[in-house]
Design a protein around this ligand. Structure first.
Ligand code: AMP
Length: 306
């Protein structure tokens, strides 16, 4: 099934307790589309970059089967730039710089070949742009998932609430769920957020796994235990790309299949954090991925005695 992805395609500069990078390639849509490309050959990308963004990387995205006809390159302008620093536990970070640059007046134009996707992943981006993109599709996708972050809650809460009314699944981290709902308890937060629009809510808890809420059901998936975590940047987006990519591949949006999608998303995210930026997700070996999915199953499987 076809999948359309939007979000930032960007430069990031990252500081973790293990090192520091200059400007490297990042952006929510970069991670989402790369991750999804492991499951479906039909990924379209709607995003914007400046003429400082390397054509070689756009060519690389194409080589992963990603349709970049909706990626606008603005002459004479600079790409979105984000810089962040992680604290010692790597579970929390602070944003040092957000330069919107080319994103400030991004108009998401959808090429005609991409305007009727079966699945839509609205990666982290201005909520107004996310809703504009939905309104430009020729039919409503079977499932619309959305990611956002505290930055947009701070600067565009009203737009965010409008966009939330239009989506089926929201993925955010625990801190953002608390900010959005004003509730500390994640159960109460999940109820309040689902009253805002999305029927499904995924709360990402970094190295402590992820929770899926739907009606009165909750599913919890742990995160993979890893020897080395170098850089959590993009883990949430890689998770989201794996999640929606699996749903698009299987074309099954039952709760049971969403649980599988969460495991695939978590497995891909576990690769992401082992190196800086996108380095470890550009070429994941299929056998390694399956091994990690099996390890996930093993991690919390227990056969109870009658
Ligand atoms: P994650 O670690 O999954 O939350 O995503 C990190 C990615 O999000 C980085 O590659 C950034 O370029 C991108 N990013 C950071 N801030 C924003 C923002 N305000 N809007 C959209 N994307 C952002």
């Amino acid at each position: 099934m076809s999948l359309l992805v939007t979000g930032t395609v960007a430069f990031d500069a990252i500081e973790t307790p293990f090192g520091k990078t200059d400007k490297i390639i990042g952006g929510a849509a970069t991670y989402v589309s790369l991750a999804a490309s492991y499951f479906t050959g039909s990924v379209g990308l709607i995003a914007v970059v400046g003429d400082d963004f390397p054509q070689t990387y756009i060519d690389f995205l194409k080589s992963r089967g990603i349709d970049t006809s909706g990626l606008q390159v603005k002459e004479g302008e600079k790409s979105f730039f984000w810089s962040g620093r992680y604290f010692n536990d790597m579970n929390s970070r602070e944003t040092l710089i957000t330069e919107l640059n080319v994103l400030a007046d991004f108009d998401p134009i959808v090429p005609s070949g991409l305007d009727a996707p079966d699945y839509l992943m609205l990666g982290n981006l201005a909520p107004k742009v996310q809703s504009t993109l939905i309104s430009r599709l020729s039919k409503r996708p079977k499932l619309i998932a959305m990611d956002t972050m505290n930055f947009w809650m701070d600067v565009a809460m009203d737009d965010l609430k409008e966009t939330l009314k239009m989506v089926d699944v929201l993925t955010i981290n625990d801190e953002e769920a608390r900010q959005l709902s004003g509730e500390y308890s994640l159960i109460k937060a999940s109820r309040k957020i689902r009253e805002m629009g999305p029927k499904y809510l995924i709360i990402k808890k970094g190295e402590h796994g992820a929770l899926l809420f739907y009606n009165d059901k909750v599913f919890f998936a742990p995160a993979m235990l890893l020897e080395d975590v170098f850089d959590p940047t993009g883990a949430g987006d890689t998770f989201a790309g794996g999640f929606i990519g699996w749903l698009a591949k299987t074309d099954d949006i039952s709760f049971e299949n969403m649980k599988r999608a969460i495991i695939y998303g978590s497995a891909l995210a576990s690769f992401c954090v082992e190196k800086f930026g996108t380095d470890n997700i550009v070429n994941i070996d299929e056998n390694l991925l399956q091994e990690r999915v099996a390890a996930f199953k093993e991690l919390s499987y227990v056969e109870m005695l009658p």
